[in-house]
Design a protein around this ligand. Structure first.
Ligand code: FES
Length: 221
């Protein structure tokens, strides 16, 4: 059996959104309706299906701390897996955990270790950096490389990434780096400042991702 099935990589972002059309109304909250273009069907984008957005707070995904805001003191050279979350009208944090492409990997490295092509302005003090955590090859979750600390390994087909260098691909079949997510510190919380800065899993071209982000912005306005 191929390990492609591990994270159900066939369930692409677009299929995921389309699959959610029928059930999204039951989720509650606001519904953002847009279109994918004349040839594609309309889709319904609920807040929990939305990608990480400016203003979102980064929260733990581990079941033992699920939904707790990630603090600087939680971070190290070991991967912390996280989700974006937003505050609803009552001030309660709601996790955007319905699109697997929104899952994040967050690191803190000693000053000076994070270098280009990482976008340093999108890190916190050049020490804390966040990326999308779905491998750009077939969508598996990427993990710490246990043999080479500080690097990342994809368990499905041995893709290798360097989170200190913009998560560039340093081995294996992934076609693109993991996408960096711009972040800043507000008080003790890590806050998202924009969309993924390059193509996440599920998008082969920059222009497709850009078009999607424009549609999301339009739906939100
Ligand atoms: S899914 Fe194939 S290397 Fe990551």
């Amino acid at each position: 059996m191929t390990r492609y099935k591990r994270q159900d990589p066939e369930l692409t972002r677009r299929k995921f959104i389309n699959a959610a059309m029928g059930g999204a109304a039951a989720v509650g909250g606001i519904s953002l309706i847009s279109t994918l273009g004349a040839a594609k069907p309309a889709f319904r984008l609920t807040p929990q299906l939305a990608p990480p957005l400016a203003g979102d707070i980064i929260v733990h995904s581990d079941p033992s701390r699920y939904g707790e805001p990630v603090k600087v003191s939680d971070l190290s050279e070991q991967l912390v897996r996280a989700w974006p979350a937003f505050k609803d009208e009552g001030g309660k944090l709601v996790v955007r955990d319905q699109d697997p492409t929104s899952v994040l990997a967050v690191y803190r490295f000693p000053k000076g270790q994070i270098v280009e092509p990482t976008n340093l302005e999108a890190t916190i003090d050049g020490e804390i950096v966040a990326y999308g955590d779905r491998c750009t090859h077939a969508g598996c979750n990427v993990e710490d490389n246990k043999q080479q600390p500080g690097l990342m390994n994809c368990p499905c087909h041995s893709g290798q990434y360097d989170p200190k260098q913009g998560c560039k691909v340093i081995g294996g079949p992934p076609p693109h780096p993991l996408p960096q997510l711009p972040i800043k510190l507000e008080g003790e919380q890590l806050v998202v400042t924009g969309f993924f800065m390059s193509v996440p899993y599920g998008y082969s071209k920059e222009e497709d991702w850009k078009r999607y982000t424009e549609q999301v912005q339009e739906a939100l306005s």
